[in-house]
Design a protein around this ligand. Structure first.
Ligand SMILES: NC(=O)c1ccc[n+]([C@@H]2O[C@H](COP(=O)([O-])OP(=O)(O)OC[C@H]3O[C@@H](n4cnc5c(N)ncnc54)[C@H](OP(=O)(O)O)[C@@H]3O)[C@@H](O)[C@H]2O)c1
Length: 219
């Protein structure tokens, strides 16, 4: 188990949330799952995960987590329990898909980025962007540290201690870590960039982040 983390709270327990919960449980964490429909709808996943897992409301999952993952369709960002997340390390896996999420003008004009939008919604939280650029089915495919050409995942965040906590988890879950900088640099691994869902080792990931273009530049 990580030195830093004992309980992972999950706001969203779909494709990504359930995979992160499986990884967390297999690494000795307790997990508290939540979704939009209520804890009773997560009974099957809780049963699969065993005694280290329980389901709760999103507010309770936020309160219970040493680290809390926000892994919902981005359109739901205004529903996040800001008060319960104050002071917490929050992992944001969310991506912006206008067809699913509706138009969000400040993302369309690139005056902000998805994780900065979530950070603004959660002013007391310590948001770290991670696990947004890996396909959910690839999450269990990590490998031990030191494996040649080990897959790397980027993290971005404004709070260095929070970023270090999340980096330790990413490594524990099977991936090298590339520090992509502050949240404002998170666009470098957003949807449609070279770093998005394409496996790369640490050198390859740094290279992919370096040649990312803003949507406006892509035309
Ligand atoms: N799928 C991937 O491979 C992948 C990879 C990287 C990043 N992502 C991103 O990560 C996020 C989650 O993706 P996903 O594929 O896991 O989505 P998903 O399978 O659709 O699951 C979304 C989860 O969020 C919950 N949810 C929705 N609104 C909520 C709210 N207001 N409060 C609490 N929970 C809420 C849903 O609960 P209900 O079912 O009860 O509504 C569900 O458990 C998205 O932003 C996505 O773009 C996805």
């Amino acid at each position: 188990m990580s030195k830093h983390t004992k309980t992972l709270g999950l706001i969203g327990s779909g494709l990504i949330g359930s995979q992160l919960a499986r990884l967390a449980v297999s690494h000795g964490f307790h997990v508290v799952l939540s979704n939009s429909r209520g804890p009773e709808t997560l009974a099957d996943l809780v049963a699969e995960l065993g005694p280290r897992a329980r389901a709760a409301t999103s507010t309770d999952a936020a309160s219970a987590g040493d680290v809390v993952v926000v892994t919902v369709p981005l359109r739901s960002y205004r529903d996040l329990p800001a008060e319960a997340l104050a002071g917490k390390v929050v992992i944001d896996t969310c991506n912006y898909y206008p067809r699913r999420d509706g138009r969000i003008p400040e993302l369309d004009d690139e005056s902000t980025t998805t994780s900065e939008l979530i950070q603004a919604q959660l002013p007391g939280a310590r948001v770290v962007k991670a696990f947004n650029n890996i396909y959910f089915a690839d999450l269990p495919e990590g490998s031990p540290a030191g494996t040649p050409n080990r897959r790397a995942l980027p993290v971005a965040g404004d709070d260095e201690a929070a970023k270090a906590t999340v980096a330790a988890m990413v490594d524990e879950f099977g991936f090298d870590v590339v520090d992509a900088g502050p949240l404002a640099e998170g666009w470098r691994f957003q949807r449609d960039t070279p770093a998005y869902v394409t496996p790369a080792d640490a050198d390859g990931m740094r290279e992919a982040l370096g040649r990312a273009k803003r949507y406006a530049e892509m035309g």
